[in-house]
Ligand binder design. Structure first.
Ligand SMILES: [Zn+2]
Length: 160
């Protein structure tokens, strides 16, 4: 698990140093959801593309509230969260036809969280052989698709 999650973690830490603040709150404050890579806004949570994806179609779901406490989140928020996870699986299955998914979250720096004070779920599509491929190229992931293409491909499926 550690090696799976680490690539984007380093990217996050690097980007946070230059940008400052919380990347989730920053994305929400932009005038354009496309600029912020936000695919869907629910009632209490939103879906955003990971700008430093582990794989094509690497999505994240976070609450609007800037909080680190999943355990304190109320039931309506967490219910919607699970519904949004289902939505992500449906859309990604349709668009990218992955063989499986890694879905989870890292709470706290020691657990690998790049952003520790605004919790967020990762939905990472997986294909047979992608891990061994990563090993072969010595920890460097090749992401064949640029992030704007991913956004344009996925966005229509999250509307309506
Ligand atoms: Zn935040």
């Amino acid at each position: 698990m550690k090696s799976l999650w680490s690539p984007w973690r380093y990217a996050y830490v690097a980007s946070n140093k230059s940008g400052g603040g919380c990347i989730f709150c920053q994305a929400l404050s932009l005038n354009s959801d496309e600029e912020g890579l936000i695919l869907y806004r629910g009632k209490q949570n939103f879906i955003i593309l990971n700008a430093f994806p582990y794989n094509n179609g690497h999505l994240m779901i976070a609450p609007y509230a800037h909080t680190s406490s999943l355990e304190e989140s109320d039931i309506t928020l967490t219910t919607e969260l699970v519904q949004l996870i289902q939505k992500c699986i449906k859309v990604l299955s349709l668009v990218y036809k992955p063989d499986g998914f890694n879905i989870g979250l890292n709470l706290g720096k020691v657990a690998g969280a790049g952003v520790t004070d605004h919790y967020h779920w990762h939905i990472v599509p997986r294909w047979n052989g992608d891990t061994s491929f990563m090993t072969v190229v010595s920890k460097t992931r090749v992401i064949p698709e640029d992030i704007q293409s991913t956004y344009k491909k996925l966005k229509p499926h999250f509307q309506g």
